[in-house]
Structure formats: structure tokens, C-alpha cells
Design a protein around this ligand. Structure first.
Ligand code: 13P
Length: 249
């Protein structure tokens, strides 16, 4: 049985007032909930950790620097994130790959930096619309996996999120068959590279326009172990039913 994870990426949304959503979410968790992770903006990490302490919600960052310290104005190291009480960090989100020109090699180094600080990276991969339309999705995904996943992965220290770029924030969701095809492919690649035990145990999340009304369908896929949710994670009233759908499957 793989770990199920419902992760929320708040992106650049929310100030201190948004922390009340964490309290509301804690109160709305179903019995036997999956792992629940919220990744708020960095200035809220410490306070978010205080709010959720002992309430069944973990906190993660949205990015970390690959170096442990130094002259990197505006950047945040993995150790600084861990110091807030957060235990996860997203790395390689497509918005950072695009807007900050993050390469597979940089994402790989960020994952290693996260491990060195005791954080679990949620490592994102996903194809652009032109890749999908050119029938090149699996090539792109295979290349991103090979290039951005370090070799000393374990089932406990890494989570992978498949987020097709064209599905992020658009309301467009791949068909269940398309999600199954990519997730099964990722699972095969993980097993081929890391062996059955590790390859079978790494949690794979789907991300891209996951909403309360489509979550249960997406979670039917055998190799979908949870979701990385953007917009619908901002309000407890939207995220709680997604978590409940994961708990029920
Ligand atoms: P949406 O759920 O808003 O499409 O965002 C997905 C995402 O990018 C999560 O990291």
C-alpha cells in the first residue's frame, strides 16, 4: 500500500489572514485522512506550522535553493525551510521551470538540497500543450524523470507530481485514460531505474485543475496516489472534499 497524499500549493496567494483556512481544514478532515500537506508562500511557513501543530496537516515550501547558504539574495535554503517546521518542499514546478529558467539539473540539485536538510521534495514534471499535441508526452516525461530525479531516491524521501502544464489553472483535465497512461509510464520508469521495491513505493500525485467534482474520478487510476492542488487548495471548503475523495478510494 502506497502512502496517499493530498498536497495544496497556494502559489503566490495569501497573507496571514489565510491561515484561518488551515484551522478550518483541520476541522474538516475525514476519519483516517491521507497525508495532507499545505505549501503556503514562504513568509507564512513558520506561522502555518504553528497553526497546524498536532492537527494532521503538514507544511511544505514551494521551492528551495540548491545551495545551503551564500550570496543568493532573495533565495531560501532548504535548511531555512526545515527550521520553520516545514517537512516538504515542492521542487521543479513548471511555473518555476518557465519563469526562473530552472533546468532538470537544477531541479535535481534542489531535490538533493532538500534531502540534506531533512525535507521531502515533491518533484514536479509535466509536458506543455505542444508536446501533447505532437504526441511527445512520454518522451518529455521520461527525459524530465531521468534528468531531474537524483539517483539515491527512496520511497520515503521523494514524492513525484505529474502536472501537465496545459491543465494547470485552465480547468482542462486530461482524460482518465491519459492520466493512467502517464502515471503507468512513470511507475515503469521508476521500477526500471530503482527496482521493484523503491519504484513501486514512491507516491505519484496528479496535478492540474483538480477540483471537488473531478477528484474521485482521477483517484480511480491505480498509479495515482494523490493530488497536488492549486486553486482548489486555497479554501478549506474546496480542499476538504478532495481530501475526502482520496480517503475514500
Ligand atoms: P491548479 O489546481 O490551480 O490547476 O494548479 C495546479 C498546480 O500547479 C499545483 O502545483
Amino acid at each position: 500500500m502506497r502512502r496517499k497524499i493530498a498536497a495544496g500549493n497556494w502559489k503566490m496567494n495569501g497573507t496571514g489572514a489565510a491561515l484561518s483556512e488551515l484551522d478550518a481544514l483541520a476541522q474538516a478532515l475525514p476519519p483516517n485522512p491521507p497525508s495532507v500537506v499545505i505549501c503556503p508562500p514562504a513568509p507564512l511557513l513558520y506561522r502555518a506550522c504553528e497553526v497546524v501543530a498536532g492537527k494532521g496537516i503538514d507544511i511544505g515550501a514551494q521551492d528551495c535553493h540548491m545551495q545551503s547558504s551564500g550570496a543568493h539574495t532573495g533565495d531560501i535554503s532548504a535548511a531555512m525551510i526545515a527550521d520553520t517546521g516545514a517537512i516538504y518542499t515542492i521542487v521543479g514546478h513548471s511555473e518555476r521551470r518557465a519563469a526562473h529558467e530552472e533546468t532538470n539539473a537544477m531541479v535535481r540539485d534542489k531535490a538533493k538540497a532538500a534531502w540534506a536538510a531533512g525535507l521531502t521534495p515533491i518533484l514536479c514534471i509535466g509536458e506543455a500543450l505542444e508536446d501533447r499535441e505532437a504526441d511527445n508526452t512520454l518522451n518529455i516525461i521520461g527525459g524530465q524523470l531521468a534528468g531531474s530525479l537524483p539517483s539515491d531516491v527512496s520511497a520515503e524521501n521523494t514524492v513525484i507530481a505529474y502536472e501537465p502544464i496545459w491543465a494547470i489553472g485552465t480547468g482542462k483535465v486530461p482524460t482518465l485514460a491519459q492520466i493512467i497512461e502517464v502515471h503507468d509510464f512513470i511507475r515503469e520508469r521508476l521500477i526500471a531505474r530503482f527496482g521493484q521495491d523503491i519504484g513501486n513505493a514512491i507516491p505519484l500525485l496528479y496535478g492540474g485543475s483538480v477540483k471537488p467534482d473531478n477528484a474521485a474520478t482521477i483517484f480511480k487510476a491505480e498509479n495515482v496516489d494523490g493530488a497536488l492542488v492549486g486553486g482548489a487548495s486555497l479554501k478549506a471548503g474546496d480542499f476538504a472534499p478532495i481530501i475526502a475523495a482520496l480517503a475514500a478510494c
